[in-house]
Write a protein that binds this ligand. Structure first.
Ligand SMILES: C[S@@+](CC[C@H](N)C(=O)[O-])C[C@H]1O[C@@H](n2cnc3c(N)ncnc32)[C@H](O)[C@@H]1O
Length: 133
């Protein structure tokens, strides 16, 4: 399994999951559009991403707490503090037997883990790895 998309689709197909939520979209064509769930929702505060909900994850979870999802991909703001919040909020809207997948938990270099982000255009995993410990 090579990519996040492969992993998400493996889980979705194996368990016949229907409802997918992606926190942090950026470019839909890279992952979101390829996810094989019939019902998909994306959240991203950057209007350029053209997410279904143009808002932060905190705002989404506060305003739309009733929709349940079978598969939730957390890939928004890459700080341990935010990912912990996203994970706890995601648990509240997770279907029974649903799955939460965290991205950026296995950084390749120390430089990629520095918070705040030193370079807005370089690769950055933040300190998300702390949430997986
Ligand atoms: C790494 S990109 C997402 C990549 C995408 N999930 C993929 O797999 O191709 C991170 C995105 O999170 C968004 N983001 C930043 N802060 C956020 C927040 N508080 N809530 C939701 N999304 C956020 C950024 O605008 C950015 O587009």
């Amino acid at each position: 399994m090579k990519t996040r998309t492969d992993l998400l689709n493996h889980i979705a197909e194996k368990y016949n999951l229907q409802n997918y939520l992606e926190i942090g979209l950026q470019v839909a064509a890279l992952n979101f559009d390829k996810i094989k769930c019939p019902y998909k929702i994306s959240v991203d505060p950057n209007p350029n991403a053209k997410a279904d909900f143009v808002c932060t994850s905190d705002e989404y979870f506060e305003d739309f707490p009733k929709t349940k999802f079978d598969l939730i991909f957390i890939d928004g703001l890459h700080t341990a503090e935010q990912v912990k919040k996203d994970f706890e909020n995601a648990l509240k809207i997770l279907s029974p037997n649903g799955f939460i997948v965290l991205h950026d938990t296995n950084p390749e270099t120390y430089e990629r883990t520095i918070v705040p982000r030193p370079n807005p255009s370089g690769p950055w995993n933040g300190d998300v790895y702390k949430t997986a410990c």
